[in-house]
Design a protein around this ligand. Structure first.
Ligand SMILES: Nc1ncnc2c1ncn2[C@@H]1O[C@H](COP(=O)(O)OP(=O)(O)OP(=O)(O)O)[C@@H](O)[C@H]1O
Ligand SMILES: [Mg+2]
Length: 247
């Protein structure tokens, strides 16, 4: 299958088994430029495996991930390293470097992927700290941050290089309403600047607020992918059960 022009990234028929257990069975989903696609699915059904497959942290058994005419599944680590400048990943567990300060965590992608001087890096890190409202916390290590702060640093680290696509793996899970709002505001701000993303979440109201379309992972494949309006008015029992049980 060749990718359509307006598609930013296309997951095409990926399958994944762990041992004899099939987790994903022909996942098809396309992300359009500038949209946020929310991905719903029960716990342990493979949402994180889909995101990890997109950026090559997991190798699917079959299928393709088309990005700018390239199948990301076929790339080696060096090639993926380049791709990861363009596709940011907000890890479900934050995945901050425990022994590094907030400043060092945020500076890391710039040190790895750019030739900027330490002064130039500091300017960018300070701008980001401002954006995530953690200006005076740059010397703290992750263990001394609240869960909400860690989530914000994780998001900030993922966007340091201004990726074209951002994969958000449950960025609001475990946050109180105020922190959830902060984070959603930040994602909305990125969206208004044209960023494209997949937003994995169990938080259906948040998805309705932020997403353009909803995809539901059910029975190992994308059961439906449609606009919020159509999802809300759907009479399909699976969709109805899903949406009502989570809202
Ligand atoms: N590396 C692995 N080895 C073996 N099994 C794995 C591995 N990674 C994921 N799995 C299994 O694949 C299934 C899907 O996992 P995944 O983490 O994608 O679920 P999820 O939909 O993200 O769930 P949650 O909403 O709880 O985060 C789970 O049963 C998990 O145990
Ligand atoms: Mg997950």
């Amino acid at each position: 299958m060749t990718p359509e022009k307006e598609i930013a990234i296309q997951v095409d028929g990926i399958c994944k088994n762990f041992g004899s257990r099939k987790v994903l069975d022909k996942i098809n989903v396309a992300l359009r430029h500038g949209e946020i696609l929310a991905l719903f699915g029960g716990s342990g059904t493979g949402k994180s495996v889909i995101l990890r497959s997109i950026i090559g942290l997991e190798k699917p058994d079959y299928g393709h991930v088309w990005y700018k005419g390239t199948d990301l599944i076929t790339l080696n680590e060096i090639e993926l390293y380049e791709i990861r400048k363009n596709i940011g990943y907000v890890f479900q567990n934050g995945a901050l470097f425990d022994s590094m300060t907030v400043w060092e965590n945020l500076a890391y992608p710039l040190m790895e992927h750019t030739e900027l001087s330490e002064e130039e890096i500091d300017v960018k890190v300070q701008e980001m700290l401002d954006l995530i409202q953690l200006k005076s916390n740059d010397n703290l290590i992750p263990a001394n941050l609240s869960g909400g702060m860690q989530k914000r640093v994780g998001l900030a680290r993922a966007i340091m290089l201004h990726p074209e696509i951002i994969l958000y793996d449950e960025p609001t899970a475990g946050l109180d309403p105020a922190n959830t709002k902060n984070l959603l505001d930040l994602i909305n701000k990125l969206k208004s600047k044209g960023s494209t993303g997949i937003f994995v979440t169990h938080d259906i109201p948040a998805a309705f607020e932020i997403a353009d379309r909803i995809a539901i992972l059910y029975n190992k494949h994308i059961y439906v992918a449609d606009t919020i309006e159509n999802i809300k008015k759907s009479n399909d029992p699976v969709v109805k059960r899903f949406v009502s049980s989570h809202s």
